[in-house]
Design a protein around this ligand. Structure first.
Ligand code: HEC
Length: 220
């Protein structure tokens, strides 16, 4: 081993080179991004009093994100809306604008995804909103065939408890049409577990419905 010094320098160089490319370059490009208001004034300062975006993820939605990670939804769903001209995401109605790096700065774990066996979910909370959206998601997760016949998304019945109705049917029960092959036996009802409730609140919280200075929502 005559050239031990050269070998050592080579190893050092390789590590330094990849560190610069992967970590330093990304830090320089994105590290200084902060929450901001939808618009900036003429001097490029945040407009005072305007709400800050993107919002922090919180509460039960954050618990639901954990369920989303555990169940591997990311293997079929992305959370990134491409620019117009780089795919039909906006034409398909998946979002109001393309997502940019700043949209993700408040997330501890960013679930961009690489596969799109199912639709992009970055703005799914804007598409299925309110109580109607909540009901839709529960039916869909219990069995996708209830809402989307022929869907290849797997059902997640273990997120629900099928239990005997005692007295009055529970208001939380998932509404499944009685004539459906997926409806429970008569006298039984389908109740979302805590995990199902959290997961659906997470899906409802996924919204890119705010403008950023570098990514305004144009037609509003
Ligand atoms: C094997 C791939 C696959 C997996 C895993 C999967 N999905 Fe899906 N998902 C699909 C497909 C395909 C569709 C479109 C058909 C439909 O609506 O069921 C879809 C549709 C959806 C929709 C409706 C989106 C829209 O815009 O219509 C939501 C919400 C959703 N999935 C959530 C989830 C969640 C949450 C999980 C994890 C618990 C999950 N998916 C796991 C394939 C998958």
């Amino acid at each position: 081993m005559k050239n031990i010094a050269l070998l050592f320098c080579g190893i050092l160089f390789t590590i330094a080179f990849s560190y610069t490319g992967v970590i330093l370059a990304s830090q320089l490009q994105f590290g200084s991004l902060l929450q901001t208001t939808a618009e900036l004034d003429e001097d490029g300062k945040q407009m005072e009093g305007d709400p800050l975006f993107p919002r922090r993820e919180s509460g039960i939605a954050l618990q639901g994100k954990q369920v989303y990670i555990e169940l591997g939804c990311i293997y079929c769903h992305s959370q990134q809306i491409r620019r117009e001209g780089f795919g039909a995401d906006i034409d398909r109605g998946w979002g109001l604008r393309a997502t940019v790096a700043r949209d993700y700065i408040m997330q501890d774990r960013v679930l961009l995804g690489t596969m799109r066996t199912g639709p992009d979910l970055a703005h799914v909370g804007g598409r299925f909103a309110g109580d109607g959206g909540r009901e839709w998601h529960h039916q869909h997760l219990y069995n996708p065939q209830l809402t989307s016949k022929g869907s290849i998304m797997p059902p997640y019945p273990f997120l629900y408890e099928v239990r005997e109705i005692e007295g009055e049917p529970s208001p939380e029960a998932v509404k499944i049409p009685a004539d459906s092959p997926y409806s429970p036996k008569t006298g039984y009802e389908v109740i979302p577990t805590r995990r199902a409730v959290a997961l659906v609140e997470y899906l409802l919280s996924l919204k890119v419905d705010y403008s950023l200075p570098e990514a305004p929502i144009l037609d509003q």
